[in-house]
Design a binder for this molecule. Structure first.
Ligand SMILES: Nc1nc2c(c(=O)[nH]1)N[C@H]1C(S)=C(S)[C@@H](COP(=O)(O)OP(=O)(O)OC[C@H]3O[C@@H](n4cnc5c(N)ncnc54)[C@H](O)[C@@H]3O)O[C@H]1N2
Ligand code: MOO
Ligand SMILES: [Mg+2]
Length: 708
């Protein structure tokens, strides 16, 4: 990279002072701040501050905001400031409104800068607590509020000025934090916002159409800005110049982004964005009670329309008796089978008589107990030997209603047998109870239909007759995901494979979206010049990307977006653009897609997620900086490690290209990353044998003897 020309960083200085703006007092702060920037330039030759604009305004929220917007929202990225510092209006006086004015404009907060400024000035004067600084980023500009006193302003700025060049570069997407921490400034000659030696051509800037950055819960790349054109409600392809300039297909590769513009969020934040942007179950349908009902969720409580049993039924095969008769020989006067009773009339039993009954048969009127056949003896039969005439009851002390199921004792008529929100499982219990009360159809939430699309010029369907050429690979993601979806009980639309050509991708996605509720793609979401998914979602499909990077391994570039509805009556479509690496695609499908699909199907709360259990590691695992979902095998162990309980080992090599890491696994072992600041992970590079970790179960636990 060339080191000939330094990076120029443009600064706007905004003095907030009603008296200075009216010319009543002199502004002494601007010259001091200029000096501070000038002396900083001496120690950082690679980056040079240029005070490009100065202004004095009165303590007015509107005035402050209008200047800052002018300096941060310019459509021409080259015209924007990299840094805006304000001075004044940060105190406790009623007229002090600078923090409020600035806060409202920030797209992202930078509390670290605030902390640094406050602690620096607090070490000089306790009055530092009387300042209310704020700091953050609007579009790609960093904004700091300095105190009004010239001395305080300089002290505050000096506390952070060394870090600001890096921060400014990151804010325009030109320097990763990794590079920053490993030290060393990067010199850039072409850029997306740093003043320009020769800015790259920015096609489509003229007619660029932007959404404002007010959508809550939406993370936008730092390069995003609003230019005052407001987004109309009809979705229309829009471009985001500072981003598209670099990532639009056809753009010269040298002007590519060299650090991802997508904030790296945590798995938990990703889950929360997914749940926020996933609509509630869109529709309900009435379905028959049969095995195809498995996996559906009931909309309402179901009450029993009848009692089970509907009549007093015998629990055993034997003889219905009048309990007060006691042991002795009795005539067998009638028979009751578990069968429809002719004329729907129960026989009547009198004292001194018994009736032969079978298990489940209606018990005659007058009987108060049933004696098991084992507790009787035959005394006399008919001459042909085909019928009993008399039996001896041997049992004494028959309890009242012994061996008789009372009406409604299994299911009471009118009681709730299944509550709304219950999943019909493959265990059979739910189907069974519905059937037991004669319910043959129920209202459930419709399940989403999911489309699966592989992307990539190299990707070839495995049924192609012709073998692979150099650079080609068989498509494993599409069959893998289709299998997982089928296993979870969702209908899959196979959308095939699409090449890394922007127009083809757009056409395929546009045609596919109306046919599905959720669209899953794999590949094309990282930093490669043919990684087209993110720009296509944003620019062409007018979608909103809610996140584009997650601090996890595998699955870092996982992308989640919603595509606006095409008609007023339809819902937004969910789109998961999963990474192309096979293990990444499969793991992120389990971690992110499954909960969304379950939410759409009516599952609530934690039941949307994979079940989580604690297991004892049988194998040492090395910690990554990112949270890792290690494919593993969880099984019951009698005594080996941990003294009996669930233990886990890995499936072997965990590289995200290795599709085999999912073979034979039944769990994702959640290993906290070194960067997560979890107390148990902090500074501990290895998770040792015998330590307990969470396992997210994706399959059945291996039972005793399975592995022997
Ligand atoms: N400069 C950087 N490069 C990469 C980064 C990064 O942060 N900076 N992230 C890496 C990570 S992590 C992942 S994961 C991958 C994600 O890549 P993409 O989602 O862009 O996917 P592709 O580039 O299209 O493919 C990646 C890999 O997967 C293979 N692949 C793609 N589709 C399929 C399929 N249907 N079946 C089987 N295998 C597939 C493809 O051939 C590639 O080998 O990016 C890293 N790069
Ligand atoms: O996130 Mo990637 O999936 O580590 O390989
Ligand atoms: Mg890629």
């Amino acid at each position: 990279m060339s080191s000939a020309s330094p990076t120029r960083l443009k600064v706007g200085i905004l003095i907030v002072s009603t008296t200075a703006s009216a010319g009543i007092t002199e502004d002494l702060t601007t010259p001091l701040l200029r000096n501070t920037f000038a002396s900083a330039n001496e120690s950082t030759p690679a980056s040079q501050w240029v005070v490009a604009a100065t202004q004095i305004v009165k303590d007015s929220l509107e005035d402050i905001q209008s200047i800052i917007k002018r300096w941060t929202d310019n459509c021409d990225v080259g015209e924007r400031m990299n840094l805006v510092v304000t001075s004044g209006g940060t105190g406790f006086d009623e007229s002090d409104v600078t923090p409020e004015a600035v806060s409202q404009l920030l797209h992202r907060q930078a509390p670290g800068l605030v902390h640094a400024m406050l602690s620096a000035s607090f070490s000089i004067t306790p009055f530092a607590v009387m300042s209310r600084p704020v700091a953050g980023i609007r579009n790609s500009t960093i904004i700091l509020t300095l105190p009004g006193s010239p001395k305080g302003a300089v002290e505050n700025l000096s506390a952070v000025i060394k870090l600001l060049p890096h921060a400014c570069m990151q804010a325009v997407g030109l320097q990763s934090s990794r590079k920053l921490h490993s030290g060393g400034l990067q010199k850039l000659s072409t850029d997306a916002g740093l003043t320009p030696q020769s800015p790259p051509p920015a096609p489509q800037q003229q007619d660029a159409h932007h959404t404002t950055l007010t959508t809550e819960g939406t993370t936008k790349p730092p390069g995003y800005h609003s230019c005052g054109h407001h987004h109309h409600h009809t979705p229309k392809p829009h471009t985001n110049p500072s981003f598209s300039q670099i990532t639009q297909p056809g753009e010269p590769v040298p002007s590519r982004l060299r650090s991802s513009p997508w904030p790296m969020i945590s798995v938990e934040e990703a889950h929360s964005l997914i749940s926020t942007h996933t609509p509630n179950p869109p529709e309900t349908i009435t379905l028959p009670v049969n095995p195809f009902l498995i996996g559906y969720v009931l909309v309402h409580d179901i009450t029993a329309p009848v009692s089970v049993p509907a009549y007093r039924a015998s629990i055993v095969d034997g003889y219905a008796v009048v309990g007060s008769d006691g042991p002795g020989v009795y005539p067998v006067v009638t028979v009751s089978h578990a069968a429809p009773t002719p004329g729907d009339k129960l026989p009547q039993l009198r004292p001194g008589q018994v009736a032969r009954v079978t298990t489940g048969a209606p018990v005659p009127h007058g009987a108060t107990a049933v004696v098991m056949v084992e507790d009787t003896r035959l005394i006399r039969a008919t001459e042909d030997g085909r019928e009993e005439l008399e039996v001896e009851i041997l049992a004494s002390d028959m309890g009242v209603e012994e061996n008789i199921r009372q009406v409604g004792s299994d299911v009471a008529m009118g009681s709730v047998i299944l509550s709304g929100g219950t999943e019909i499982t493959a265990i059979g219990g739910e189907i069974g109870i519905l059937a037991s009360v004669g319910i043959s159809e129920v209202l459930v939430y419709r399940k989403p239909v999911v489309g699966v699309l592989s992307t990539g010029d190299e990707v070839v369907a495995s049924d192609r007759v012709e073998g692979l050429r150099l650079g080609e690979i068989w498509d494993s993601n599409r069959p893998t995901l289709a299998a997982a979806l089928r296993g979870w009980g969702f209908g899959v639309v196979d959308l095939g494979i699409v090449k890394d050509i922007a127009e083809t991708l757009t056409q395929t996605l546009t045609a596919a979206l109306p046919t599905v509720d959720v669209l899953i793609t794999t590949g094309g979401v990282s930093m490669g010049e043919r990684d087209l998914l993110k720009p296509t979602i944003q620019h062409t499909l007018a979608g909103t990307i809610h996140f584009g990077r997650v601090a996890m391994k595998p699955g870092k570039p996982t992308t989640f977006a919603t595509i606006p509805p095409t008609s007023p009556t339809s819902l937004p479509k969910l789109m998961f653009a999963l990474p192309g690496n096979p293990a990444s695609a499969l793991v992120t499908a389990h971690i992110f897609v499954l909960p969304a699909l379950r939410q759409l199907s009516g599952f609530m709360g934690p039941r949307r997620y994979l079940p989580k259990v604690k297991v004892v590691l049988e194998e040492e695992v090395r910690r990554d900086p990112r949270r890792e979902y290690v494919r593993g095998v969880v099984r019951w162990s009698e005594s080996k490690v941990g003294g009996g309980g669930l233990v886990a080992r890995t499936t072997g090599g965990q590289r995200s290209s290795r599709v085999g890491s999912a073979v034979g696994g039944n769990a994702l072992l959640e290993i906290h990353g070194l960067g997560e600041r979890e107390p148990e992970a902090e500074g501990r590079e290895v998770v040792k044998v015998g330590e307990r970790v969470w396992a997210l179960m994706v399959g059945m636990v291996r039972g005793v003897g399975w592995d022997e």
